[in-house]
Design a protein around this ligand. Structure first.
Ligand code: FAD
Ligand code: FES
Length: 272
């Protein structure tokens, strides 16, 4: 009899190897998973927290049989995950979705909140290959700015701009403010973004006005992760299957929903 074939959609149980506190509300969980350890920046996985729920998470790092996700505690599943310790059992499916394309030349990454996680993964991969890598990172407050120290190592200090809404560190403004100046004064071959969709929408408008290329990673409610259930639709796309990374041409097709509304789990439309 042949052994059962494991695909990326097969649920694998594994255990947490390492947990790191990134901020008062965000922890990074590292676990062994052969398939996800081969993931590319932009892809996501479905993490099963036994007895609670299964949730989509961006892959923050992968390699050497290990995969890491950085998770903000916001509700049942994520709060429970935060109570687990190294050795605890979890389940994983994935990696799912597409990835950011690898651009050479001058690249700019713009992230907010936990949207920094996939961009940090991308920055590490692009650092040695690009002519110049700039990063604009924003959060509500200093404590919530993720991976600042590590990003300084990847980008060098001059090209890392941090913003906080309360001014506790960096510029006191939204990420979009220093971005306008950067886009008007420097030349970029590609702009990558991930974060709250209202932020992504603003960045999309700014790059469109200047006719600049953009790739944005979007979030929608996800259940199956493989294009079957329809809970993650945006326009004609299913974010789990066709994304989560979308280019400017695709974003132009979904402007009626981008940063405006998404489907809730009961199928009703909820404002963003
Ligand atoms: C592709 C993708 C990548 C993501 N990457 C990250 C990440 O790297 N780090 C991180 O902290 N969070 C990430 N999220 C969001 C994360 O999935 C939700 O925070 C999590 O599902 C919340 O579950 P909960 O039970 O703790 O909270 P709940 O109380 O159930 O929900 C809190 C909020 O989280 C969102 N949410 C809940 N369930 C889902 C779901 N199944 N799919 C999408 N959103 C949901 C909803 O907006 C909801 O209002 C990502 C979401 C997507 C779609
Ligand atoms: S999550 Fe089911 S179709 Fe995308």
């Amino acid at each position: 009899m042949s052994a059962l074939h494991t695909t990326n959609n097969t649920m694998r149980t594994t255990s947490i190897v390492r947990i790191r506190n990134e901020s008062p509300t965000v922890k990074t969980f590292t676990f062994i998973d052969k398939l996800c350890s081969k993931a590319k920046p932009g892809q996501f996985l479905m993490l099963w927290i036994p007895g609670i729920d299964e949730i989509p998470l961006s892959i923050m790092d992968a390699g050497d049989n290990l995969v890491s996700v950085s998770v903000k505690a916001v509700g049942d599943a994520t709060l429970h995950l935060h109570t687990l310790e190294a050795g605890a059992t979890i389940g994983v499916r994935g990696p799912f979705g597409n990835n950011f394309t690898e651009s050479r030349g001058r690249v700019l990454l713009v992230g907010g909140g936990t949207g920094i996680a996939p961009l940090f993964f991308l920055a590490k991969q692009l650092a040695a290959k690009t002519e110049r890598l700039s990063f604009v990172e924003g959060a509500k407050t200093k404590d919530e700015l993720l991976f600042v120290h590590e990003l300084k190592g990847v980008c060098n200090e001059k090209t890392l701009i941090t913003t906080t809404e309360d001014g506790t560190v960096g510029l006191q403004c939204m990420v979009t403010q220093p971005l306008a100046e950067l886009l008007d004064t420097e030349k970029f071959d590609m702009i990558y973004t991930c974060g709250p969709e209202v932020m992504v929408k603003k960045i999309f408008e700014m790059t469109e006005q200047r006719k600049l290329p953009l790739e944005a990673s979007l979030e929608r409610l996800m259940r199956c992760g493989i294009g079957l259930c329809g809970s993650c639709v945006i326009g004609k796309y299913r974010v789990c299957r066709d994304g989560p990374v979308f280019n400017a041409a695709q974003l132009r097709e979904v402007t009626e929903e981008l940063g405006i509304s998404k489907l809730g789990f009961d199928g009703s439309r909820i404002p963003l």
